[in-house]
Every structure is written in structure tokens, then in C-alpha cells.
Design a binder for this molecule. Structure first.
Ligand code: UD1
Length: 423
């Protein structure tokens, strides 16, 4: 079991970490996962560069291999080849590891017309139903039976369709794009998710020979092709990892420059950081965050679909709310139970009250070190930020959740002057 130990001197010699330096932002988890699924669509080689070295990518590569594929990582490049798809089955052991296994459904169906997929896992942050995915696939002619935790799917009569999503689900938009790209015909997705990772997937699919327009807007049009080609593609920068380190920089104080990112992907966060009193400047592909670590409350933060405030940054931002002078209200609009990290944060001196999807923080001046448990990926990252701010030594248990999405976070933070050990 991985744990992260974050040291800031003894409680008597209280010295919260100040972050200073430059870091490069990793490739995006939430772009890399559907891109690996997209590699199933073609029998030719796909090479993904800037592919983050994280556990979720490893698990997705395992699923790719279980389908008969071969993968090879060299540095940040991953080569994927799936000449012959030997199995259309994704067993529960693999699917249980991550929710993105569900994207494989659209790709596998396009390639073999038949699939058996276990219900997906992922972070325990709410009900996470898959009804929108299934409704859309059914509208495209896929027959789906649900038996004993598995979905049995038949796409022998799948066709392009005009699909309106009940909600702009990121995963459902990607799943439909994948199936639609790999079959002949035209599909239109209305009320599509607009997250930048969707645009990244659309750009990749265009490189393989599908014609995708409107990815990143509410209306996506896909002209599919049953003979897609291989492609080389650079995964976009991870806006959530970038945002997490930007929040850490504001909370701890100091001056941090993040390179290799897209500032426009984190505008909602930049607005909130500036409101809190942190200095944020951006130029080209880099962002500079400077602060004296004394922040003020920002009033209300509500999570929303892109370009709103990302639900994935809600937990990291809650640490900023916890140490800012005054009251902050955080409303979680996307997932029902995404406040589990708050119980752990209270062990470190955070003052917060939660009712349903609303958390109200009364800012405290300092945090104290504690032994805490990561409950999920982003909640775990929040505990690490709190550990940097707390005096004494904080131990974050269940670090495997953090490793799912952050590439060597201890190295990134230590490059900024922190003292974090992974054991
Ligand atoms: C993706 C991201 C995740 C992010 C989330 C919201 C990946 C791998 N994960 O997750 O990091 O937190 O977008 O930006 O890209 N819903 C349904 N039925 C469905 C599908 C979704 O009710 O069939 C609901 C969900 O329960 C949730 C909301 O829609 O309340 C958003 O989910 P969705 O956009 O699908 O998120 P994911 O694709 O799971």
C-alpha cells in the first residue's frame, strides 16, 4: 500500500512549505484514456506521446492487451497495436479498476460488433449510472442485454443516428464518438459535453480518417469509416493536474511557474485564485502563480460542466477554502458524494459543515499534521495540499488512489521545495 509522508518541521518549529520553482504539466489522464480506447478502432499502429505514466493508463493498457493488443511504452510515448481483436470481453476484474473501461464498449462494438463488458468501476464519488451511454448506443441500433453485472451487446445492425443526450455526459459523448467513428454513416450528437478532452479525442479521430466536426461544442457531427488508419498523436496537457498544483502554489505561498499547459483550460480556476488574492499570470503555454499564502474567502464556488468550475478541482480547492480568511461555500453539482475528503481534513483542523451537496467553510489560520486516508483520487490530492500547509508530518494513506491520476506527485512537489516521500 502506497503512502505519502509530507514533512514540514516539527509542530514546535512550525514551517509550512513554501513552493518555489518551475514544473512541467503531465499529459491528461482524461484525454489519454479515451485515446487508448480509440486505438481499438484500427488494426494499424497508434503512437501516443505525452501519455502520462499513471495507474489509470496502466490499467487501460491492460484492458487493451486483454483484447489481443500489444503495447509498448518508451518514455512518454506509448505504442498501441491491435491487429487482430481476439476477444470482445472486458471482465469485471479489469473493468472494476476504472470507469473508462466503458469507453472500450463503443470501440469494441465498432470493431467486432459483439461485446461483453462488466459494469465499470472508478472513484466512489456517487451513483455514476451509465443510462445515458446505453440509451445513446441503443439509438444507434446496438442491442444491449444486462445480465449478472455484465452488458451483452450486439452492434451487427449499428448505424449512424441523431442522438440527443439527456445530460452532457463526458463519458457518454466519448463513447458515442468512438462507435460512430468506427462504423459507416453519419451521427450527430446534440447536448454533447464540451470538455477539452472531447476536442482532443475528435482531433485524434480525424487523424485516423473519421470526419469529426464540432468536438468541444454542444453539437458534434461524425462521419464514420469502418477502415480507420493508425496515427501518431500528442495527448493534451492535464488541466486537472495543472489546476491541482496551481491551488497548492496559492495555498502554500511562494512563486510557481507551470509549463506545457493550456491556460485557457483553467480560466474558471484562475478567476477564483485571483479573487482569493493570489497573483496569476499566463503567457503562451505557461502560468505563474504567486502568493504570500494569506488568502481571502471567495464567496461561492459551484462546480459545473466545462467551462464551469471542474468537479475534479473541487476537493483540491476545498483546502484553499479551508485556509482562506472568511466563509466560503462550495456547491458540488456533478457528483452526489464527492465530499469524503472533508472528514479527513477536519482531522487537520479544517472547520467545515456539510449538508447534501453544499459545504460551508470557516477559514482557519493554520492546519495541523495528521494521519489521513485518501478516499479517492482528487480527495487524495487535496490531503497532500493540506499536508504541505500543515505544521508537522502528515501521512496520507491509500496513496494508490492518488497514483491513479498524478504522475510522481512527490517528485513534482519536491522540485518546488517540498519534502514528500512515497513509501
Ligand atoms: C468524466 C471524467 C471525470 C470528471 C467528469 C465530470 C474521465 C475519465 N472522467 O467522468 O474525471 O469528474 O467527467 O467532468 O474523463 N451520468 C448519468 N448517467 C450516465 C452518465 C453520467 O446520470 O450514463 C451523470 C453522472 O452520474 C454525473 C454526471 O452525469 O452526475 C457527469 O458524469 P460524466 O460527465 O459522464 O462523467 P464521467 O464521464 O464519468
Amino acid at each position: 500500500m502506497t503512502r505519502y509522508i509530507i514533512s514540514n518541521g516539527s509542530a514546535a518549529d512550525a514551517k509550512p512549505t513554501v513552493l518555489k520553482g518551475n514544473i512541467s504539466v503531465q499529459g491528461a489522464k482524461n484525454a489519454a484514456l479515451p485515446l487508448i480506447a480509440a486505438a481499438v478502432l484500427t488494426g494499424e499502429d497508434v503512437v501516443l506521446s505525452n501519455c502520462p505514466d499513471i495507474a489509470d493508463v496502466d490499467n487501460m493498457l491492460k484492458i487493451f492487451s486483454a483484447l489481443g493488443g500489444v503495447t509498448e511504452r518508451r518514455g512518454d510515448k506509448v505504442k498501441l497495436s491491435l491487429k487482430y481483436l481476439t476477444s470482445g470481453e472486458i471482465e469485471s476484474r479489469l473493468a472494476g479498476e476504472l470507469r473508462s473501461s466503458l469507453f472500450m464498449l463503443g470501440s469494441v462494438l465498432a470493431r467486432t460488433k459483439k461485446a461483453k463488458v462488466a459494469y465499470p468501476g472508478g472513484c466512489d464519488i456517487g451513483l455514476r449510472p451509465i443510462d445515458i451511454h446505453l440509451k445513446a448506443l441503443r439509438e444507434m441500433g446496438v442491442r444491449i442485454r444486462d445480465r449478472y453485472g455484465y452488458l451483452y451487446c450486439d452492434a451487427s445492425e449499428a448505424h449512424g443516428a441523431d442522438v440527443t443526450l439527456d445530460y452532457p455526459s463526458v463519458g457518454a459523448t466519448e463513447n458515442v464518438m468512438l462507435l460512430a467513428s468506427g462504423i459507416d454513416g453519419v451521427t450527430v450528437i446534440r447536448n454533447a459535453a464540451r470538455e477539452p478532452e472531447i476536442e482532443d479525442l475528435g482531433n485524434f479521430l480525424c487523424k485516423t480518417g473519421a470526419r469529426v466536426t464540432g468536438a468541444g461544442t454542444q453539437l458534434i457531427k461524425i462521419e464514420g469509416c469502418s477502415a480507420l488508419k493508425g496515427a501518431e498523436y500528442e495527448v493534451m496537457p492535464d488541466r486537472i493536474a495543472a489546476g491541482t498544483y496551481m491551488i497548492a502554489a496559492a495555498v502554500c505561498g511562494g512563486e510557481t511557474v507551470l509549463r506545457d499547459m493550456k491556460p485557457e483550460h483553467v480560466f474558471s480556476l484562475i478567476g477564483k485564485l485571483r479573487e482569493s488574492g493570489a497573483e496569476v499570470e499566463y503567457n503562451g503555454n505557461s502560468v505563474r502563480v504567486a502568493s504570500d499564502g494569506r488568502l481571502k474567502a471567495v464567496g461561492v464556488v459551484e462546480t459545473g460542466t466545462y467551462p464551469g468550475f471542474p468537479t475534479d478541482l473541487q476537493a483540491p480547492f476545498s483546502v484553499l477554502a479551508a485556509v482562506s480568511e472568511g466563509s466560503t461555500v462550495i456547491v458540488e453539482n456533478i457528483f452526489e458524494t464527492r465530499f469524503k475528503h472533508l472528514a479527513e481534513l477536519t482531522k487537520m483542523g479544517v472547520s467545515v459543515k456539510v449538508k447534501g451537496r453544499v459545504a460551508v467553510f470557516e477559514g482557519v489560520k493554520s492546519l495541523s499534521a495528521a494521519e489521513v486516508q485518501a478516499m479517492d483520487l482528487r480527495g487524495g490530492a487535496a490531503l497532500m495540499i493540506a499536508g504541505l500547509k500543515a505544521s508537522g508530518t502528515t501521512v496520507v494513506e491509500n496513496g494508490h488512489h492518488i497514483e491513479r491520476g498524478y504522475a510522481a506527485p512527490e517528485e513534482v512537489l519536491n522540485a518546488l521545495g517540498a519534502s514528500v516521500i512515497k513509501v
